[in-house]
Design a protein around this ligand. Structure first.
Ligand SMILES: Cc1cc2nc3c(=O)[nH]c(=O)nc-3n(C[C@H](O)[C@H](O)[C@H](O)COP(=O)(O)OP(=O)(O)OC[C@H]3O[C@@H](n4cnc5c(N)ncnc54)[C@H](O)[C@@H]3O)c2cc1C
Length: 472
């Protein structure tokens, strides 16, 4: 067993040939979907099952570019601070290996130029690391490490067709898969545990209904968002110097945004424009340039005048954030779990999905280490408590846009009056800036921004701005 791996079930200890070994929870677990959440789950499952099989429709091994199964992988991705910490906990040494390979990572605060409402946040060292290097590269680094773990194998190029169950449908006994080749026969992989991690397109609600179970109720926040992304080659100099990204974040006051960072070759820039409520960044080159020009600050427009475009803009539409509330179900088949975007898919501009996938992997680890049979509904309750904070953060921020449908309680209205004041204070006060970015990095609770010391600083900054405005 790998150093540090703990099955943690005292009653599973057995003596073999004089050495103490830890029995596994079962023989085989099958992970449906080899995306970011699937990889982290596979890592955790390998401690508890002799075999972990990851099934995906794409060819994954060695893939360092965007792939069909993850069309959003063509667009800006940033692994925020808490996600990086979890990555190190589950796969120690990955950050250093990525850094050695040229992946852009650095301080979440001091090494990212963050602009909100046309003003730069006050940078300071946060000691928090963020990886801002493109999704396929990040996924490839994680996948390479996961593939090296004994017991984990990948069934690539296979479609997932459904679940195999006992005749009474109370226990999932495996997954039905089929190679993506004409004439190939469907096959069943028998398993003690099957986890659906196939992303927001998960068919689990339909599968449950077919098996005679209720589908989970769903929360949706319609944002009608689109990312449009183009890549450029640096020509004269490198404006990033020691920064890892230069971002203008969209807000209700200035809804158009841009995420922009260098890829590991050190000369290619990934630039993703974001627009909400149908104001989608165009895919024709002229329209794309005009959208860049319309951002609150001219910095990115000046950059692209100097950079050479190397592809055409590509768009990804994201209609709504969705949270499927599996934790509210009262019946669920044994031997089955759901994780990742298949449970909750967040508005991506807040960069939470991969980190929440990591938080769910840690929750899975705890459940696997606990004695007794896996309890799916208890697992769903635990991950719901992990999801709740980030969901609240992004949902409340989205409801700050008058065009987003949804109920606005007095508390939500209050928060959406307070946050612009926090952002304004964060442009002059590094302490407020740090507090805000800790929340955005998912290392601090959103309520920490309401603490008296931060609220006082926000109030002081408001007063200073009012005084300065009065004097001019
Ligand atoms: C535009 C955009 C930008 C984002 N930016 C960020 C960011 O900056 N930071 C962040 O943390 N998160 C971001 N996210 C969210 C992040 O991508 C996901 O939350 C995260 O990757 C976890 O997803 P997942 O592994 O659950 O699903 P996916 O990434 O969707 O992976 C699902 C996998 O399942 C496979 N699959 C699906 N169906 C089948 C099938 N029937 N048969 C076989 N295989 C199948 C797919 O090939 C894929 O590999 C962004 C999302 C979008 C849309």
């Amino acid at each position: 067993m790998r150093a540090g791996a703990t099955v943690g079930m005292q009653d599973c200890m057995a003596t073999q040939g004089g050495t103490v070994t830890l029995d596994k929870r079962g023989e085989r677990a099958v992970v449906l979907g080899g995306g970011m959440a699937g990889l982290l789950a596979a890592r955790v499952l390998s401690d508890a099952y002799n075999q972990v099989i990851v099934v995906d429709r794409d060819e994954l091994t060695g893939t360092a570019t965007a792939r069909n199964g993850v069309p959003h992988g063509r667009h800006a991705h940033c692994l925020v601070a808490r996600g990086q910490q979890i990555l190190e906990e589950l796969l120690p040494g990955t950050t250093q290996a990525m850094s050695d390979a040229g992946v852009t990572l650095g301080d979440f605060n001091a090494q990212i130029q963050w602009y909100f409402n046309g003003r730069k946040l006050a940078a300071s060292d946060s000691g928090l690391i963020c990886v801002s290097s493109g999704r396929p590269i990040l996924e490839q680094h994680i996948r390479t490490r996961v593939q090296a773990i004994p017991g984990i194998t990948f069934r690539e190029g296979h479609d997932i067709a459904g679940l195999d169950t006992t005749p009474d449908n109370t226990q999932v006994t495996g997954a039905r898969i089929q190679r993506r080749e004409q004439g190939s026969d469907p096959e069943v992989i028998a398993a003690d545990l099957v986890i659906d991690i196939t992303g927001r397109g998960s068919r689990m609600p339909a599968w449950l209904t077919e098996l005679g179970y209720p589908a989970p109720p769903e929360d949706r926040i319609k944002v009608d968002l689109a990312y449009t992304t183009r890549h450029y080659r640096l020509k004269n100099g490198n404006p990033f110097t020691t920064d890892i990204a230069i971002n203008q974040a969209g807000t209700p006051a200035c809804p158009r945004g841009v995420f922009c960072y260098l890829l590991p070759d050190g000369k290619t820039v990934e630039l993703s424009l974001t627009g909400v409520l149908g104001d989608h960044p165009p895919t024709d080159p002229d329209g794309f340039d005009q959208y860049v020009q319309s951002l609150p600050l001219p910095i990115h427009y000046q950059f692209i005048q100097d950079w050479e475009p190397i592809d055409d803009p590509v768009r990804f539409k994201f209609p709504a954030s969705t949270w499927r509330h599996y934790e509210t179900l009262t019946r669920f088949p044994r031997g089955l779990l759901v994780m990742g975007d298949a449970v909750c898919s967040f508005n991506p501009v807040y960069a939470q999905g991969m980190t929440v996938a990591g938080m769910e992997a840690l929750a899975l680890q705890q459940h696997l280490q606990a004695p007794g049979p896996l309890n799916a509904l208890a697992f769903f309750t635990d991950i719901a408590s992990q999801i709740a904070g980030p969901w609240q953060f992004s949902a409340i921020a989205d409801l700050g846009y008058p065009g987003v449908e949804g109920e606005r309680t007095d508390q939500i209205k209050l928060v959406n009056q307070y946050i612009p004041a926090v952002l304004a204070a964060a442009t002059t006060d590094p302490v407020v800036c740090d507090a805000f970015l800790r929340v955005a990095g998912l290392v601090a609770d959103p309520m920490s921004l309401m603490q008296p010391d931060i609220a006082k600083r926000v109030g002081r900054a408001m007063q200073q701005r009012a005084t300065a405005t009065a004097q001019h």
